[in-house]
Design a protein around this ligand. Structure first.
Ligand code: ATP
Length: 451
């Protein structure tokens, strides 16, 4: 039998040959952790997490990927993320036909042995209560969606929605997108009579797609702030449920809450997981959820005026085409990585208020950050802040923000949009149905990433 050192070296050698073998990388990370090599373990868990995120872009309905992600997040101390990923993996299980996994050692492991679509347990309220208790993760939105709140009241509560404070001025760049949103929601909210005169009204649907971290959620939230609307952020774990028929019920309850709170921005994150392409789906369950989504969007289940539904996805190629018909997500907007000018603005916004930030050479940093997302830029500023704070604690003096501090943080950060762009490039070349990816192709050409 190999000793632990040799074992670790053998796994590293195997990973050199197959760097994308995520389970093997997680195995290595756990082994390193067992041997208290925590820094190395941390690094491997982070790499695995990054790889899992991009694998999920390709295979959004793969329960196993979410289960592995839960492991990595838990190891990295992100308990909330781990619970959410685990919940999604459980919810996806019946759809992909996995019902008896034993590989995972994390939370509520024994529950997976129960077949989620077993009628007897689905109807057994005690089993349901037990499940809720064990998952311990029913947030207010989920309670609302399930028609239960703390008081046992079935009415949705106003406080379940956010009232975002950020506005368009807090979003760097994205000028064309802001204008498109203004036309479809801001102006109609502000001048309903004018729009009525032209037979148009506020509401409808926008689908934002693009690489992760480039501001889709941020601008959706800012839209609500801009018009003083309620904002309901719906993640897939708020909807997907392992019990037959529950997901549809939750989705309906969420739309109903949006209708009661109108004007409302109803934001669906990772739309491909809820409104996935019906042709890709092997199971009836998922198709009924998409059908429910379509009928909610069509206003068959209630009046949708003054409700703007914004969907966001990193994988537009997996979204059900019927969702793109008029009256549903008719405006489809590509949210690209920020250009140099937008990066300058995003950096300025995130540096605002930091000590001596006005001396930082922002244009130089903006020039050196091609391919960085808004989230990458924020993490550079955060890393530099941590360093400045550490230096300040050591010296007992306020350490000003400097260009060098930021450049040092920059060197440790990899631009995260490149993987997405290389996947999108294939769709733009080989599968550009109805010109859906024209904007992506134009962007890639401009950046000389497409011949
Ligand atoms: P994902 O696809 O992974 O959900 P996303 O496109 O929704 O990503 P956001 O969550 O909106 O990305 O962005 C992450 C963070 O990055 C924001 O909370 C914000 O701090 C920062 N950010 C992104 N874009 C911008 C921007 N244009 N201006 C200012 N900050 C931004």
């Amino acid at each position: 039998m190999l000793g632990s050192e040799e074992n670790i070296a053998a796994i590293r050698a195997a990973l050199d040959i197959a760097p994308d073998n995520i389970p093997l990388r997680l195995h290595l990370a756990k082994l390193l952790q067992e041997h208290l090599r925590n820094d190395e373990a941390h690094q491997e868990f982070q790499t695995a997490l990054r790889q899992l995120k991009s694998a999920i872009i390709q295979r959004p309905a793969d329960a196993d990927l979410y289960r592995l992600m839960a492991d990595a997040q838990q190891a990295l101390g992100d308990e909330a993320g781990a619970m959410s990923s685990f919940g999604i993996s459980v919810a996806l299980q019946p759809y992909v036909g996995h019902t008896g996994h034993t590989g995972h050692t994390g939370h509520t492991g024994h529950l997976r042995g129960d077949s989620p679509d077993t009628a007897s347990s689905a109807e057994d309220p005690e089993a349901q209560n037990q499940l809720e208790k064990e998952l311990g993760q029913l947030g207010p939105l989920e309670r609302l969606a399930m028609g239960r709140d703390d008081s046992g009241d079935m009415e949705p509560q106003e406080e379940l929605a956010e009232r975002p404070k950020i506005k368009f001025a807090d979003v760097g760049g994205m000028e064309e997108i802001k204008e498109q949103i203004r036309m479809s929601i801001v102006y109609p909210f502000q001048h309903p009579e004018m729009f009525a005169a032209y037979g148009r009204r506020a509401g409808g649907g926008l689908l934002l797609f693009g690489p992760p971290g480039c501001g889709k959620t941020y601008i959706a939230r800012a839209t609500a702030g801009e018009v003083g609307a309620a904002f309901i952020h719906v993640g897939i774990s708020d909807v997907l449920d392992m019990w037959h028929g529950e997901s549809e019920r939750k989705l309906h309850a969420i739309f109903e809450a949006a209708r009661r709170l109108r004007p409302t921005i109803l934001f669906f994150d990772e739309l491909e997981a809820l409104g996935g392409n019906r042709l890709d789906m092997r199971q009836h369950f998922q198709r009924t959820l998409v059908n429910q989504f379509l009928s909610e969007m069509d206003g068959m289940e209630g009046d949708n005026s003054e409700i703007l539904v914004i969907g966001a996805t990193n994988s537009p190629w997996h979204v059900e085409p019927a969702l793109r018909r008029p009256g549903r997500f008719e405006h489809i907007i590509f949210v690209p990585p920020p250009d140099q000018e937008a990066r300058r603005e995003i950096l300025r916004l995130h540096l605002a208020g930091k000590p001596a930030a006005e001396d930082v050479e922002v244009p130089r940093l903006a020039r050196d950050t091609e391919g960085f997302s808004g989230a990458d830029l924020r993490s550079v500023v955060d890393a530099a802040s941590d360093q400045a704070l550490q230096d300040a604690m050591r010296s007992g003096k306020v350490v000003p923000f400097s260009t060098n501090l930021l450049l040092a943080a920059l060197r440790k950060t990899r631009p995260s949009t490149l993987e997405w762009l290389s996947t999108a490039r294939n769709y733009a070349i080989y599968s550009n149905e109805g010109g859906l990816y024209d904007e992506v192709a134009a962007y890639l050409k401009k950046r000389k990433l497409l011949g």
